[in-house]
Write a protein of this length. Structure first.
Length: 202
């Protein structure tokens, strides 16, 4: 999606597209701009439909946008996330795997893949993907939170505690993480640490 070729102004439901006025466009450039404009228009419609809860219609608009701009990893990722949101984890995996074939370290695509695997009940595989995400981007707070939750769900309490502690190093004042730590310490029958963690959660 070559957004540098035009400027989009959105307001009151109106989309205005202005081309580069400095250089007279060639017929080929005009054709490319027309494709880009159509792709972006479908993308904007998809965003509005998604926000209003019309997921099936939003998916259709993303598909139209992607058909016009098939090389856009961003559109592929957005469509995959929407498939997942609509409950179609298989379609989400298929879509996101297309991104990862060309870019195996794409963190946003890996996040969708991890969530889709967990949604399908493939928790161990989801954890492996989530571990890759934190290895690639160790300062990503939500990734450590997700990893801690997955470890806890699988009963790997020490690893869950370690993940939460990594997150607290990045965000020490998170009540949610302190509360989750309290639950884990309580599960391990370590009442002193549980009380301390709960105290920081309030």
């Amino acid at each position: 999606m070559s957004m540098n070729r035009w400027v989009i102004a959105v307001g009151a439901g109106l989309v205005v597209v202005a081309g580069d006025l400095k250089v007279a466009p060639t017929p080929t450039a005009r054709a490319l701009e027309a494709v880009d404009t159509q792709a972006y228009s479908h993308y904007l419609r998809a965003q509005l439909l998604e926000r209003s809860g019309h997921l099936s219609a939003a998916i259709a608009e993303y598909q139209k946008s992607l058909a016009l701009d098939p090389g856009s990893a961003y559109l592929q990722r957005e469509l995959a996330a929407l498939y997942l949101q609509s409950g179609n984890a298989d379609a989400a995996l298929s879509q996101v795997d297309g991104i990862l074939k060309g870019d195996p370290d794409n963190v946003s695509a890996l996040q969708v893949r991890a969530a889709a695997l967990v949604a399908k009940g493939r928790l161990a595989e989801g954890i492996v993907v989530q571990e890759k995400i934190v290895a690639l981007q160790p300062d990503l707070k939500e990734a450590w939170l997700s990893l801690g939750l997955l470890y806890a769900q699988e009963g790997r309490e020490e690893l869950a505690i370690g993940a939460y502690e990594k997150l607290l190093a990045l965000q020490p004042d998170s009540p949610e993480v302190h509360y989750n730590l309290g639950l884990l310490h309580e599960r391990q029958k370590n009442s002193e640490k549980a009380v301390a963690a709960y105290g920081k959660a309030v």
